[in-house]
Ligand binder design. Structure first.
Ligand SMILES: [Zn+2]
Ligand SMILES: [Zn+2]
Length: 362
């Protein structure tokens, strides 16, 4: 029997009293995706349980379902791009209470290791990731670890569907463009792959004053990229580095592989002019083939090859400030709002339709 969540006598939400919650589940890699009831999560010490209001459907969820992520243990609930309200808090949590509107980066840092001590939470040595290391947010409730380190308060004026999109793709693109890519006004930026993270990068790079070349095989994705600020677009089926060099007078200063495929990664590196910076953003599961890195070109042109992995919770205020000021508009990336029952089909066809799909009805 399913019991709806409510407030306990002490006023704290108590998902521990829930018998079950609805979730998207798979029992085998690449196998059927089913919405069914699963045991309700409990908050770990230092953690919280969040009632999910919105959860994006991301290519990384697709990789997890396909068995490309060694962290995923079956049966599994995907989902890592979320926003909602705190429903229950574990022992030792000091900053959060039931009812708080929150989001979270997909990398949940421990807050204690050497990387965390240095403020580099996005590469925490003992990180957890909802939807990968444990059950995720394509469910009515999700457990999140180390809440005082990882949760981000969602401002009143920001709706939770948009806040969910920040957790993976938008924040990842922000860090890749602004912090890792260190894009400066007037520079050319190439974005290879215009899915959710790529379109986010287009908008953010344009807002940073860059001139943007968007590359994709989908005309619909390129049209959206133009709407979001791409100055020129390139059909991903042509000789991409040559086309980018033609359009930009010899290549770009910064190039992002926002898809995560051998061909887009190699094209990105080959799109750079001397002293250019390649930023690898899209995941490259070894099972899908390694990119061929033209190391002779890296040396001769003094190229920089950089990785970017999410964004720490403490880095969100700059991003939220730009959104509040209207300089960045992540809402424009959210092209579809779905019910959880629609999530299986959306996960199967991830990447086939432009923009970000977010489940907002559970
Ligand atoms: Zn850590
Ligand atoms: Zn993601």
């Amino acid at each position: 029997m399913r019991i709806s969540v409510g407030s306990g006598p002490d006023g704290a939400g108590a998902p521990g009293r829930l018998a079950a919650v609805r979730a998207l589940v798979f029992d085998s890699f690449g196998g059927p995706l089913e919405v069914r009831e699963v045991p309700a999560p409990d908050p770990a010490p230092g953690g919280v349980v969040v009632q999910v209001a919105a959860s994006g459907i991301c290519r990384s969820d697709w990789h997890g379902w396909q068995g490309h992520d060694p962290d995923v243990v079956l049966p599994h609930v995907p989902g890592h791009e979320l926003a909602g309200t705190v429903a229950a808090v574990g022992a030792g949590v000091s900053r959060w209470s039931p009812g708080d509107r929150v989001t979270v980066p997909f990398v949940n840092a421990c807050g204690r290791c050497a990387q965390c001590a240095a403020g580099e939470h996005q590469v925490c040595a003992v990180q957890t990731q909802p939807g990968f290391t444990h059950w995720g947010s394509l469910a009515e409730f999700v457990a999140l670890d180390a809440a005082d380190v990882n949760l981000v308060a969602v401002p009143e004026e920001l709706d939770l569907a948009t806040a969910a999109a920040l957790g993976c793709r938008y924040a990842t693109a922000f860090r890749a463009v602004v912090q890792i890519g260190a894009v400066r006004p007037g520079e050319w930026v190439a974005v290879h792959g215009c899915g959710g993270v790529g379109l986010s990068a287009v908008q953010i790079a344009r807002a940073a004053g860059a001139r943007v070349v968007a590359v994709d095989v989908s005309p619909g994705a390129l049209e959206l990229a133009r709407e979001l600020g791409a100055e020129v677009t390139v059909d991903g089926a042509v000789d991409v580095p040559a086309a980018v060099a033609d359009l930009t007078g010899g290549g770009v200063q910064v190039s992002l592989d926002a898809l995560g495929a051998a061909v887009t990664s190699t094209n990105s590196i080959r799109s750079l002019r001397p002293r250019g910076r390649h930023v690898q953003v899209g995941l490259l599961p070894p099972a899908q083939g390694r990119p061929e890195v033209p190391m002779e070109r890296v040396i001769a042109l003094e190229l920089q090859l950089l990785g970017s992995h999410g964004m720490a919770a403490h880095a969100y205020p700059e991003l939220l400030g730009l959104i509040a000021a209207g300089r960045l508009q992540p809402r424009r990336l959210v092209t579809r709002e779905l019910a959880l029952a629609d999530a299986p089909a959306a996960l199967v066809e991830v990447g086939r339709r432009p923009g970000i799909a977010v489940v907002t009805s559970f």
